[in-house]
Design a binder for this molecule. Sequence first.
Ligand SMILES: *Cc1c(COP(=O)(O)O)cnc(C)c1O
Length: 400
Amino acid sequence: MSRTERLIAETDKYLAHNYHPLPVVFTKASGVWYEDVEGNKYLDMLAGYSAANHGHCHPRIVDVAYEQFRRLVVAPRAVYSDRLTEFGKVITEFCGMDKILPANGGAEAVETAIKLSRKWGYLNKKINNDHAEIVVCNENFHGRTTTIVGFSTEKQYRNGFGPFTPGFKLIEFGNPDALGRIITKNTVAFLVEPIQGKGGINIPERGYFKEVQKICRKNNVLLVLDEIQTGFGRTGMDFAYQWECIRPDVLIIGKSLGGGLAVSGVLANDEIMSVMTPGDHGSTFGGNPLACALAMEGVSILIDERLSERSALRGGYFLSRLRDIKSPLIKEVRGRGLMIGLELTVQARPVCEALLRERILCKETRENVIRFTPPLVISIEDIDWAMERIEKVFRKLEGR
Ligand SMILES: *Cc1c(COP(=O)(O)O)cnc(C)c1O
């Protein structure tokens, strides 16, 4: 039995089986490269679902982590910490919002945004108690808590986990008229991803969000953007909403915010955030000094290394190379920046397994889409290296 086989068998023994991982065991990583326990190197084309935009174990992140770990790690919100203050200033400036409410994981931040929107609605729209409605989209992905999976359109996320939280209404993604039609006097917010990631890298037509913003403003409904995956340079801008020259009322961030660790947050302007009063909401680890230090360093790296710009340029190159592959197995290639989806006419999982054998890590989403979201530090040479192998895999699968 190889080391890999033994570790996989032991993982199966001790860990809950709520995932179906690819058969590889990583032990370290640097930049865009992973190394497995047998010493093989893999090009990361997943970046931890966009949690590693800065590349793995970025030396500046590592240094800040060491230093902060030695200095102060636990400082609950019962007190103040210097890092928390600095974090608040840096992140709100970067995001162009007045205030942040820090949390840990993405789903937790989405839950926070739901609570914030509801309370804002009750105070500002005079909605009867327990009648607030939030509009969400088909194929959405906002996390895995009971409330959030309650409004998922993916059967497996829901089956066996009910009963669910009421107060959510589903509409088609990318259709502004559908939003206009579903809003009632009880609607407090429209919660949506700028580009649906897990839903299959679904990019709405240009102008969609301009229209959405207009409808939200006209009806006094909050536009709540989940940029957990699309934020921090992923789509070639700091935030995906910048492509449409709009501004969300509430912005949810996570994943790469922490430079590799779980850090998330909800941002809004004073008028909205002021509905949160002491005791309304909280989190033991939210805003801890280590998380704050890492997030600040992450933002600084993003700016210093011009990662958003790199994402736009390298993403454009990668997209055009993928579009050059002429294969009957490829239905569509779509993407923005380094958030790219390859829609196949066949199941995507076996293709990802074949790519893994060629030392490329990527993962399918839905049945037939391969998601390519490499760290933003990927080079043209890395992309060329990957393209050789991707082309080879398609030639092989077609039996050429
Ligand atoms: C990953 C993701 C989440 C959930 O984040 P977790 O940290 O896994 O809870 C929510 N929304 C979007 C758009 C995501 O990509």
